[in-house]
Every structure is written in C-alpha cells, then in structure tokens.
Write a protein that binds this ligand. Structure first.
Ligand code: ZN
Length: 74
C-alpha cells in the first residue's frame, strides 16, 4: 500500500462530463460548488473524476458555470 501525504494540488484526471436530468425517485444532490440542492426534473452537470489513488468520484453541479468555477480546466 502506498501512502502519500501530498494532497495539495493533486492532479485531477477528468474521466467524463455529462449533462443529466434528475429523475423521479433519485436522491437529491447538492451542487459541489454553490451548495444548491439539485432536485427532481432539474438539469445538472456531472463530472467523473479519477483521483491519483485511482478512485473514481462523481461531482454534481447545478449549472455549467459552477462546474467551470470548480474545475476551470474542464
Ligand atoms: Zn451550483
């Protein structure tokens, strides 16, 4: 197992980005950038990121502006 104490300025590896609509019955998400609740029928942006450990995480944004504010290089 490899442990790295360097978490600052980690290089993010963006795997995928997409626009989705939250369907009925899904749990609500919160915008990763501004914290707004993304509720049913709302269009939102999703970004899939592989972190340096190889772990895949998904991040959700209420609009593209929030996404590009969080990830300017996207
Ligand atoms: Zn937002």
């Amino acid at each position: 197992m490899e442990a790295s104490g360097n978490t600052a300025a980690a290089e993010l590896n963006i795997q995928n980005k997409s626009t989705r609509v939250l369907v009925d019955g899904s749990p609500n998400y919160r915008c990763d950038y501004c914290g707004q609740v993304i509720s049913e029928q709302m269009k939102f942006s999703a970004v899939t990121i592989r972190d340096p450990d190889g772990e895949i995480t998904e991040h959700f944004f209420c609009e593209e502006e929030c996404m590009t504010s969080q990830y300017p290089d996207i």
